[in-house]
Design a protein. Structure first.
Length: 165
């Protein structure tokens, strides 16, 4: 009886579980029709799903330093374009272009291109080196990914109250 109940619970969860599709709108967060370019030193590269982040110290015109949070693709998408968790290191100087955040005070950018001048590494300029967020259908990356953390699942429930008429 216990095995039967466990089986039913697992089967039910499998039926209800689905990858998160279009979990949020990038156009709600970023000004997709605009572009900004920053240059600075990487503080941290967070290689994870569903989106990776590059945190960059940028020296402003007045001499102050601002940390920009640059959103990038997930591990599977990036692995498929040759980017691994070892590609970027703290201290690397990079030039990043992308869509600015809607709230300038947040210092957010959705990455479109990246250049590392010291060795000529670039991303976003060769065919296939794009992360098309508008057509991202799933957080489950291609099976070809070598990353042990390349899989991300999402279980969603609609708990919106329904009126009974």
């Amino acid at each position: 009886m216990t095995r039967y109940l466990v089986f039913l619970l697992v089967a039910g969860a499998a039926v209800l579980a689905r990858p998160a599709l279009a979990h949020h709108s990038f156009s709600a967060t970023y000004l997709e029709t605009q572009s900004v370019t920053i240059e600075g030193e990487i503080v941290q590269f967070v290689f994870r799903n569903p989106h990776s982040f590059v945190h960059v110290n940028v020296k402003e015109k007045d001499g102050s330093v601002t940390v920009y949070n640059v959103e990038w693709g997930g591990t599977g998408q990036l692995n498929n374009t040759g980017v691994t968790r070892e590609t970027l290191k703290a201290g690397d100087v990079v030039v990043i272009s992308g869509a600015p955040g809607r709230n300038a005070a947040d210092h957010r950018i959705r990455m479109v291109t990246l250049k590392r001048p010291k060795d000529g590494f670039t991303w976003g300029q060769a065919p296939g080196q794009t992360v098309d967020y508008r057509h991202q259908r799933s957080h489950i990356p291609a099976i070809a990914s070598n990353s042990p953390r390349a899989w991300s699942w999402s279980l969603e429930f609609d708990i919106t109250p329904k009126s009974i008429s």
